[in-house]
Design a protein around this ligand. Structure first.
Ligand code: PLP
Length: 377
């Protein structure tokens, strides 16, 4: 059975360009970039070029881009190192209650170590109010961590305004943004956002799993705590022999991912308009500011069962972040949805290969499942 994949926010198929680049790195340019012989020099040269490609796509200098193993690693490193960076100014952190687990679990760990964490809640549309951040900022706030695009609602958070609020308040806080769902999907640069730290991940844009990057603003470097200690790779900040195949694939995926994401947005809009016409009692939980993510609910139909019924028909969607593994989504719960709507919420996410036919197939399957009324509560 061919698969209709509408779960691009969870992960993506590796694009052919990335797969080819990884194969070349593994079988031809397989030297260790630190080796002094010709094969090592070739690998080092390729690494330098690939770093420049990823940095260019993110809009920073190559020196400000540090490869990590994933978005989770970038988030963990940024947050812990920022708290260490500000240790003489205070222990207060501000984040949102709807961040990815990579951020929230790190916050929990830091709270257990004595940090005080303030969580900003979203409004009913899933957005964060800058006024709430302004009210929470204190002279001892050392970090604000606010994602750029929420992975379940597609809502865009006011990171630029957060940077301005921190400056206005004169707080010593560094600004970290988890841009895993935003990278290549919406136009932004770290400087444009006013962010000090930006985490991204390769597998959301057609690179394999196991590669990400953290932007660290240049002026922080000399006092920023390395993630690991070892052989000096990544300017000594994240040592370990570079995963040249993953990095090659990441760079190739950056080049292959469309600059213009309007097509993805049009398919999402087509899906939302068509499904409302086909299933009038369906609720749109979030249209998403990002081009690729939206959330809908079939009130009374438990989303886990919908995901399974759709999967049986060859259609992949999500009942929330893939990282929740069956637990109700803290993001949808934070929107204050009525219980019937909350339990029936599905996240649908689109990618460069999505088509109107994919959207139609999902709508038809949901109409069919609904007509069977097997799950209704
Ligand atoms: N942050 C967000 C917003 C995400 O959507 C994800 C992955 O789903 C992550 C962080 C974690 O990224 P990775 O899977 O590369 O660790």
């Amino acid at each position: 059975m061919s698969v209709i994949y509408l779960d691009y926010a969870a992960t993506t198929r590796v694009c052919p360009e990335a797969a080819r680049a990884a194969l070349t790195a593994m079988t031809e340019e397989y030297g260790n970039p630190s080796s002094r012989h010709a094969l090592g020099a070739t690998a080092a040269d390729r690494l330098r070029k690939n770093r420049a490609i990823v940095a260019d796509r993110l809009g920073c200098t190559p020196e400000e881009l540090f490869f990590t193993s994933c978005g989770t690693e970038g988030d963990n490193w940024a947050i812990r190192a920022a708290v260490h960076f500000g240790r003489h100014s205070g222990k207060h952190i501000i984040t949102t209650s709807v961040e990815h687990a990579a951020v929230l679990e790190t916050m929990k760990d830091l709270a257990a170590e004595g940090c005080e964490v303030t969580y900003l809640n979203p409004d009913r549309t899933g957005h964060i109010r800058v006024s709430d951040l302004e009210a929470a900022l204190r002279p001892d706030t050392v970090l604000v961590s606010m994602m750029l695009i929420n992975n379940e609602t597609g809502a865009r958070f006011p990171v630029e305004e957060a940077a301005q609020a921190i400056r206005r308040a004169g707080a010593p806080a560094l600004l970290h943004t988890d841009a895993v769902q935003a990278f290549c999907k919406i136009p932004f640069t770290p400087t444009g956002l006013g962010a000090d730290l930006v985490a991204v991940s390769g597998h959301k844009i057609g690179a394999p799993k196991g590669i990400g990057a953290l932007y660290i603003k240049k002026h922080l470097h000399s006092r920023f705590r390395p993630l690991l200690f070892g052989g000096g790779q990544e300017a000594g900040m994240r040592p370990g022999t570079e995963p040249t195949a993953q990095i090659a694939a990441f760079a190739a995926a950056c080049l292959a991912y469309p600059e213009n994401t309007d097509r993805i947005k049009h398919i999402k809009d087509y899906f939302l308009d068509s499904i409302l016409a086909a299933i009038p009692d369906l609720e749109i939980v979030s249209r998403g500011d990002a081009p690729h993510i939206c959330a809908v609910s079939l009130p009374g139909y438990p989303s886990e069962m919908l995901v399974r019924a759709l999967s049986d028909r060859g259609i992949c969607v999500s009942s929330g972040s893939a990282c929740h593994r069956g637990k109700p989504s803290h993001v949808f719960a934070a929107l204050g949805l009525p219980k019937q709507v909350l339990t029936g919420t599905l996240r649908i996410s689109f990618g460069p290969d999505s088509t109107r036919a994919d959207a139609d197939a999902l709508i038809n399957a949901l109409v069919q499942i609904k007509s069977e009324r097997i799950f209704v509560r």
